[in-house]
Design a protein around this ligand. Structure first.
Ligand SMILES: [Zn+2]
Length: 861
């Protein structure tokens, strides 16, 4: 719940980066993404017979279990019957033989806790071995999950517990609850007596399909793609042949050694870099704080030290309680009408910044319809839950949400009864907004949006609220354009602005003040409403990184990012951009006019490496507690400064060289609006970039990442923006149709391939990222192709190594629902399978797991 509330709190920040496509990790939380689709039923694909399956699996398994006779694999089958899904698992299990025991955290295997009693007895022996080897998931055959007591799970604690009965939403809100409750674990009570006796196998097999005629999934027909995806699981489980599974084989020892920390969900890859960088930055802060030196007022070090120490001044904070917010809360109470409320909010915004605006928090963004100017995006009330959730009076999440609003209002000074009445009113408003939301399809069409308002046209929409009063009072001009995310929902919101609902808007403003500023007040307020735990050192570390990001960024870069690194990477960017142009020139599916537009986009590309040209320091006065300062006063001054800068920036031309993140951020981004790529120093370190590594190794990691970002400007979304960053159709109809056909092919290329057994990837949800991944490698190979004796092996290994990450089964499952990136294993394996250079380097041929036939490979950019 707290995490969801925080989403609203930071909505402004998230929207700032909406047009940036974050790439190193999961993107900004998108909880509306639809679930991953199951392995698609390909109607045209032929259903296979048991004989065809046996032949396929025996060939696939020849490196792992050579010499198995066809008769042994096919025992009990004629070979000519159409195979069922259940039979496919048994045939594969026989062909591959004994599986290695899963070890370490990085197996990408299914938890071996499948209850086989619904499957026919003759299949148990093989299925149990598949389950213990991690290649059979309960969902594969609609089997149940074995529920074990907690004692029996102790020795297998590396397995992520599966929640057998609790609904998903409840799990998310109480991430630790299912660890103590019902868990699933490897079967120990599946007695040996059920071991199939080969002698009676054939007898029982005949009746087996009848016994289970009710189980559609077990009896479903299977296609070649089903068989391939199953074979991939075995390649993954063995992890010993890079021709079958490159990622796991080359990274095996490193991944086996990784341990997921007790308080984390994954280890390795970007999460390791993030925590290492966080430590470096925190150490820098502590060095300054503990130096005992006398820093001049206004210096970066003085601001860092005094801000940090003011956060740790708990005695002072506790003594002040809610007092620092009092005058702002009182001003809200004193308002008799919307004009009064507008005046109170305007005063608050001037002193507390955007966090002081509970009704119309705003963020300046580049106008998608004319990239030379900015518009203000209004971050108005957005429903937290779905229409169905609001309609359900027993919904636990809503109850919890209501309770937290009541607590916030009580903290702001309301009585319990009044707080409850107001919370109910806000819930009614949110329910109405949820019912009036546009569909995702309506929202995704960038060219058809009409969500623009001037302050005056807003007044016409909500005459009693007179928002223009507020807008002018906070320093914006009357011809300024305001943009809303969903105009249909916004119209419903506007209808609530009547004098009789004034108290609800007063309540919203108070909630904004409490949620926005509690973290800087007493321990009680901070811990109850400030979205932090009780680790104040960490809170101080985070706040200083956020409010003094350029002060710290400059110190970070001086210590950790040598000038040679910057020039080396800039040279690589140049090579990659030229390679991309060469590739566009050669595309056979695009005509000359469209190519010219695409090349224009590349020519006007801005690439920012490491850190900004000009540091954008926090110009607020940061004062130490010894000097009358406090966490509240330092935070308020910083927020007000941010707000003033945003207002000032509205009149300035768009600067594509503006660096929108801290230099120590471990991420990379592409801004479609400004046609800019950003690589902060934080990500320009091992395993992505290493000054001592070979050119090929760096090209495989940082190079492919840079080219990935370049490709984003031409992915399914980026292709809608022209060279100036304006949304405009610059394609010929024919080329765009062809591009969409290629996108469709890329979608199918990923559909159903798995993060782990039973966790399929959705090719549509991950399309943009997959196009960018493939384009990234294509571009790197283009450069290598013109060099003398390039070391392809170093290039491919370095690329695969960058994706090292281990995560639990539940985490992988949740990511498949929410992450717009394919799982790491596919970001390596599926991508590399499109390139002949890769096959040539390792002698990969038809029949190998990594091999894809030329006509099925994806070549878009
Ligand atoms: Zn990306």
């Amino acid at each position: 719940m707290k995490r969801k509330l925080f989403t609203r709190l930071t909505a402004g920040i998230l929207l700032l980066i909406m047009t940036l496509t974050a790439c190193a990790g999961p993107g900004p939380g998108d909880s509306t993404t639809s679930g991953a689709s199951p392995v698609p039923a390909d109607n045209e694909a032929e259903n296979l017979t048991t004989g065809q399956l046996a032949d396929y699996f025996m060939k696939a398994a020849d490196d792992y279990h050579p010499g198995t006779g066809r008769a042994v694999v096919l025992e009990g089958f004629t070979g000519s019957e159409q195979a069922t899904r259940l039979q496919m698992f048994v045939l594969a299990g026989r062909a591959f033989g004994e599986l290695p025991v899963p070890t370490g955290n990085g197996r990408n295997t299914a938890p071996p806790a499948v209850d086989l009693t619904d499957a026919p007895e003759w299949s148990w022996s093989v299925l149990r071995s598949l389950s213990n080897g991690g290649v059979l998931a309960a969902s594969d055959l609609d089997l149940n999950i074995l529920v074990m007591t907690s004692e029996t799970t102790s020795e297998t604690s590396e397995f992520e517990p599966l929640s057998a009965s609790a609904p998903k939403a409840a799990d998310q809100d109480t991430p630790s609850a299912d660890k103590e409750g019902t868990t699933a674990a490897p079967s120990t009570d599946m007695a040996d007596s059920v071991e199939a006796d080969p002698a009676r196998l054939s007898d029982t097999m005949v009746s087996a399909s009848e016994d289970n005629s009710g189980n559609d999934k077990m009896n479903a027909a299977v296609t070649q793609k089903d068989a391939e995806i199953l074979a991939q699981r075995f390649f993954q489980a063995f992890g010993t042949n890079l021709k079958d599974n490159f990622y796991t084989t080359v990274n095996k020892s490193e991944m086996d050694a990784l341990k997921i920390p007790a308080d984390g969900s994954a280890a390795g890859g970007s999460s390791a870099v993030t925590s290492a960088t966080n430590r470096q930055v925190h150490d820098l802060i502590l060095e300054i704080v503990n130096s005992g030196r006398d820093y001049p007022q206004g210096s970066s070090e003085q601001k860092i030290r005094d801000f940090y120490m003011s956060i740790l001044a708990l005695e002072q904070r506790n003594a002040a309680g809610i007092e620092p917010l009092r005058k702002y809360l009182d001003a809200v109470d004193a308002a008799q009408n919307f004009s009064g409320l507008n005046a109170a909010i305007a005063q608050t915004v001037r002193e507390l910044g955007n966090l002081g605006n509970g009704l119309f928090p705003m963020v300046a963004v580049t106008d998608t319809q004319d990239s030379s100017r900015k518009v203000m995006q209004l971050m108005t009330l957005t429903p937290m839950f779905s229409q169905e959730d609001y309609a359900d009076s027993d919904n636990e999440m809503i109850k919890e949400y209501r309770a937290s609003m009541v607590d916030q209002l009580v903290a702001a000074g309301e009585s319990q009864a009044e707080a409850e009445r107001l919370a109910d009113g806000i819930l009614r408003m949110e329910k109405d907004l949820a019912e009036n939301a546009s569909s995702p399809e309506e929202l995704s069409s960038l060219l058809s949006q009409t969500n623009r308002y001037t302050p005056e046209s807003l007044d016409q929409l909500m005459p009693e609220a007179k928002p223009s009063e507020l807008i002018h009072a906070i320093g914006l001009k009357s011809d300024f354009l305001m943009e809303v995310f969903d105009d249909k929902q916004f119209a419903a919101f506007a209808a609530w602005f009547t004098e009789e609902n004034l108290d609800l808007f007063q309540a919203l403003q108070k909630i904004a003040l409490i949620t926005g500023y509690s973290r800087s007040l007493s321990q009680e307020l901070a811990e109850n409403h400030g979205y932090q735990g009780d680790d104040y050192e960490e809170a101080a570390n985070e706040a200083v990184q956020s409010y003094l990001s350029d002060e710290l960024g400059q110190l970070y870069v001086e210590r950790y990012f040598p000038a040679e690194s910057k020039s080396e990477i800039e040279e690589m960017v140049h090579l990659l951009t030229e390679a991309f142009k060469t590739r566009i020139g050669r595309l056979d599916w695009m005509d000359q006019t469209t190519k010219q537009e695409a090349i224009k986009k590349l020519d006007s590309l801005t690439v920012l490496i490491g850190y900004p040209d000009k540091w954008n320091f926090n110009s607020a006065e940061i004062r130490g507690v010894y000097d009358g300062g406090s966490y509240f006063s330092n935070m308020a001054a910083s927020e007000a400064d941010k707000w003033q800068n945003m207002v000032k920036g509205l009149d300035e031309p768009i600067d594509p060289r503006r660096f929108p993140m801290a230099a120590f951020t471990v991420n990379a981004a592409a801004s479609r609006n400004t046609n800019t790529l950003i690589f902060p120093a934080g990500i320009l370190q091992s395993p992505l970039y290493d000054q001592n590594a070979s050119f090929e190794a760096n090209l495989g990691a940082i190079g492919s990442t840079i080219a990935h970002e370049i490709t984003h400007l031409f992915d399914d979304g980026g292709a809608q923006y022209d060279a100036t960053g304006t949304v405009r159709n610059w394609w010929t109809d024919e080329d765009y149709t062809h591009f969409q056909e290629l996108c469709q092919k890329a979608e199918t290329f990923y559909n159903g391939y798995e993060a782990a057994p039973g966790i399929p990837t959705d090719g549509k949800e991950t399309l943009s990222e997959n196009i960018a991944d493939i384009g990234g490698i294509a571009c790197g190979l283009e450069i290598l192709s013109s060099r003398q004796n390039p070391d392809y092996d170093a290039f491919f290994r370095s690329y695969a190594r960058y994706w090292i990450k281990v995560a639990g089964y539940d985490t992988l499952s949740e990511l498949a629902q929410t992450d717009q990136h394919a799982p790491n294993i596919l970001r390596a394996n599926r991508v590399l399978s499109n390139f002949q250079e890769f096959f040539d380097t390792y002698g990969i041929v038809p029949g190998d797991g990594m091999y894809v036939a030329p006509e099925d490979r994806i070549v878009i950019w």
